[in-house]
Design a protein around this ligand. Structure first.
Ligand code: ADP
Length: 244
């Protein structure tokens, strides 16, 4: 973010380096029930991102001191595979993945009816196989599909999506180059039914007006992504192909 470069990110026609319009999403493909041994699972391809998510639980939380007598404890683990980025990433948790795991856990907790499962834990694994910017929001989108696939009762299916600013233009769903050389990135997770925001972060600089424009763009796109989630879940039970 914010690295100075001569690279132009918006051309004379107002198009982005991958040919998209400012308010256009990258192509998204989703699939649920991709893993046999997990209670719920989902796979998402979102632009250059490839992410698999799996849910275990609810089951008795262990060790016991992790138990909450009133509700399920939701523990998300965001992990990037060593081969998911250009230079081999050192395996295991780092500061970034620990922080992402925490904020994703909190976002998912906010929609799960956890009080139905006291003393249990629900583990959510987010494995990034290929990263191309926007992995936390694609991960959240897939994780909520995996939770639904596991039959865990939720108020809503969370949608994650980012927007930001490149070459002075507010754009939806930044790709890697835009994330690297752009001015701002705003990842957000939203509950489409109520419009509540479950996660909001910002990296870089933008004005208040630009930030609200970015949030409006995300809110609009979230409706589309949510429809894809619903179609994906329905198609599993009809035995259709992946949803694109
Ligand atoms: P997000 O993936 O949610 O946008 P960041 O803004 O932190 O999260 O990262 C943007 C992109 O930068 C990632 O999607 C990935 O392509 C790349 N990236 C993140 N961490 C690393 C890393 N340790 N090594 C190489 N590339 C990384």
């Amino acid at each position: 973010m914010g690295m100075k470069t001569d690279m132009r990110l918006i051309d004379d026609n107002g198009l982005r380096i991958d040919g998209r319009l400012p308010n256009q999403l990258r192509p998204i493909k989703m699939q649920v029930g991709v893993l046999k041994r997990a209670d719920g699972s989902a796979y998402i391809e979102w632009g250059g991102n490839k992410i698999i998510t799996a849910v275990y639980g609810p089951h008795e939380a262990y060790p016991k001191h992790m138990q909450d007598p009133n509700r399920a404890v939701v523990r998300a683990r965001y992990n990037m595979a060593s081969f998911s980025v250009d230079e081999r990433k050192r395996p295991g948790p780092d500061r970034r993945s620990v922080e992402l795991s925490k904020v994703i856990s909190e976002a998912l907790t906010s929609v799960i009816f956890g009080d139905k499962f006291p003393r249990t834990s629900i583990e959510v694994y987010i494995e990034v196989l290929q990263a191309d910017a926007g992995t936390r929001v694609a991960g959240i989108t897939a994780a909520s599909l995996a939770l639904a696939d596991a039959g865990i009762p939720m108020r809503d299916i969370i949608v994650g999506c980012a927007a930001g600013k490149v070459d002075g233009v507010v754009v939806l769903d930044l790709n890697k180059e835009e994330d690297n050389y752009g001015e701002a990135d705003v990842p957000m997770a939203i509950l489409p039914r109520t419009g509540e925001i479950a996660l909001l972060q910002m990296d870089g600089n933008m004005t208040y007006e630009e930030l609200t424009a970015a949030m409006d763009m995300i809110t609009e796109a979230a409706k589309k992504i949510h429809q894809m989630q619903v179609d994906t879940l329905k198609s599993k039970y009809r035995g259709d192909e992946d949803v694109e």
